[in-house]
Design a protein around this ligand. Structure first.
Ligand SMILES: Cc1cc2nc3c(=O)[nH]c(=O)nc-3n(C[C@H](O)[C@H](O)[C@H](O)COP(=O)(O)OP(=O)(O)OC[C@H]3O[C@@H](n4cnc5c(N)ncnc54)[C@H](O)[C@@H]3O)c2cc1C
Length: 494
């Protein structure tokens, strides 16, 4: 990294004013480092606001960054004391906006980062590279392009804007782009502002995670009120068991009920389930679209659809980083060192060893991807994890190696998520419900290298089976009466 006095005066650029970008801003404030936050939206928390109707599964104490809380306290702000996890909208209103206001002088809204590079140096040049400041190019909504120099860059731009395509091969299905008007995103507000679009219509939900489950349950409530509302559900796997979870055998009754309710909807025919469905094409025809897929029994066509909700997960936008020297896990697109620690193939319940600046580093010195985007395509990211990431990264940028290296991640014990001391998934809980570890699958040593020998990993499981469990435990009897919770407890297992 640059060591000249002039460059030390350059700001650290933070990309994105979501929960993790703003937590980074709090740590930079605390450390007295100059910084600028560049946010594409016209408000902080712009991505979270788009799923504002979804209730998270994470209690406030695991959302609010400790340093942000300490900085906000003198303003009279206090962390909400309710055990009820916030909706996305409440998260923005009660935390991100106050924090955004606190660091507001450093936040530039409506400014989308379109490229990051080194000043006067393309990716191929090595000599003197780390002495050059970063060059960050932005575009405003009116088309104006600006550039600023930075001593370091923290990319906290999330993955919300890059949902996975519907195509079973990871590519957009043939005709998917032309069918754009039928695609409604992973979490439409079916019982709220989008109600009119779905009432009396035929909707296909694609995906086997918590987002899909929430949308299906909400559509079913709508169908009970509005005759003619039809619901189809397509999954790539052979069985919906992981979404159903443990049902009556589940130690957590409310979690089991979510799966049971979905199973009952399928069993009763209210939701028509198509399994083993790998989408190959979308064929718009006037007011409706057909979705075509391959199954074990040959091609299947789902005709006459008014809407398709693709709850198929997200992937990082790496296009703006094409001039940055990245080292990524080839499958997950997370930093290479982090990949094995979060690979959903081995971490079915989101067990996360503590990780900080070292695991997040790239060959490009002074450049970090943090937050949701740091997990690449893995669906198990949690805000708590991101807060610790940026604490470590900012400490490293401040030259406080001791604090940067001492990564700690205090995660709640869910009681449903464990990997035994031999590194084997016990199957006690899966990311999106039920045991999801592959029987007999050995977890590679690299997946647990940050965990002391002999200590079973205990993670903050996500989605229906885990993070939901935290919320449900915290809520206990609240869930039964909390109508707002009917929009779902949110899930990153989309
Ligand atoms: C429906 C849903 C429910 C979830 N529930 C939980 C939960 O209960 N608990 C939990 O811990 N986690 C949950 N997560 C996972 C994750 O913690 C959240 O997505 C969280 O918002 C991630 O924070 P972030 O700051 O990394 O990214 P984001 O919140 O996505 O913020 C990124 C910001 O960057 C901006 N941006 C994007 N691109 C650019 C660019 N090129 N230039 C400038 N700005 C840009 C965006 O506008 C946005 O404001 C959930 C996720 C989803 C989708």
């Amino acid at each position: 990294m640059s060591t000249t006095a002039a460059d030390q005066d350059l700001p650290v650029v933070v990309i994105g004013a979501g929960p993790i970008g703003l937590a980074a801003a709090a740590h930079l404030t605390d450390r007295g480092l100059p910084f600028v936050v560049l946010e594409a939206g016209d408000d902080v928390g712009a991505a979270v606001s788009q799923w504002g109707h979804i209730r998270t599964f994470t209690p406030w104490r695991y959302i609010v960054d400790a340093t942000a809380e300490a900085l906000l306290a003198p303003t009279g702000w206090a962390r909400p004391t309710t055990p009820v996890p916030p909706t996305g909208a409440e998260l923005v209103e009660h935390y991100l906006r106050p924090l955004g206001a606190l660091v507001g002088a450093h936040v530039r809204l409506g400014e989308r980062v379109v490229a990051v590079s080194r000043a006067g140096m393309d990716k191929m040049r090595s000599v003197g590279r780390s002495e050059r400041p970063f060059l960050v190019r932005t575009r405003r909504d009116d088309g104006a392009v600006t550039e600023l120099r930075a001593r370091a860059v923290i990319d906290a731009s999330g993955t919300w804007s890059r949902p996975n395509p519907l195509g079973g091969a990871g590519l957009p299905a043939i005709g998917e782009e032309q069918a754009g008007r039928f695609l409604v995103g992973p979490l439409p507000d079916v019982l709220g502002c989008d109600r009119g679009r779905f009432a009396g219509r035929r909707t296909l939900v694609v995906g086997a995670g918590h987002s899909a489950a929430n949308t299906l349950l909400n559509l079913a409530r709508l169908a009970a009120e509005v005759p003619g509302t039809e619901i189809l559900w397509a999954i790539r796997g052979a069985s919906p068991a992981s979404v159903y979870g443990g049902a009556e055998a589940d130690a957590l009754a409310a979690r089991g009920k979510l799966g049971s309710d979905l199973r009952a909807l399928v069993d009763s025919g209210i939701v028509r389930l198509v399994t083993g469905f790998a989408i190959t094409a979308l064929e718009p025809a006037g007011e409706v679209v057909a979705v075509v897929g391959e199954t074990a029994d040959g091609e299947v066509r789902l005709d006459g659809l008014h809407h398709v909700a693709a709850a198929t997960g997200f992937r990082p936008d790496l296009s703006m980083l094409s001039e940055v020297r990245l080292e990524l896990d080839p499958g997950l697109e997370a930093p290479r060192a982090l990949g094995p620690l979060i690979d959903p193939a081995f971490h079915s319940c989101g067990t996360v060893p503590p990780h900080g600046h070292r695991d997040l580093a790239h060959p490009e010195e002074g450049f970090y991807v943090v937050g949701m985007k740091s997990y690449g395509r893995a669906p198990t990211f949690l805000i708590t994890t991101g807060n610790e990431q940026v604490r470590s990264v900012v400490a490293a940028l401040a030259g406080d190696r001791a604090a940067a290296d001492e990564v700690q991640l205090v995660l709640p014990e869910t009681g449903v998520c464990s990997v035994d001391a031999a590194g084997r998934d016990t199957g006690a809980g899966g990311c999106c419900g039920g045991p999801t570890g592959v029987e007999g699958l050995e977890v590679p040593a690299a997946a647990h290298r940050a965990r002391p020998d002999g200590v079973a990993a205990r993670g903050f499981a996500t989605g229906v089976a885990g993070g939901g469990a935290v919320a449900l435990l915290a809520l206990a009897d609240v869930t039964a009466t909390d109508d707002a919770g009917s929009c779902g407890s949110g899930g990153c297992c989309s």
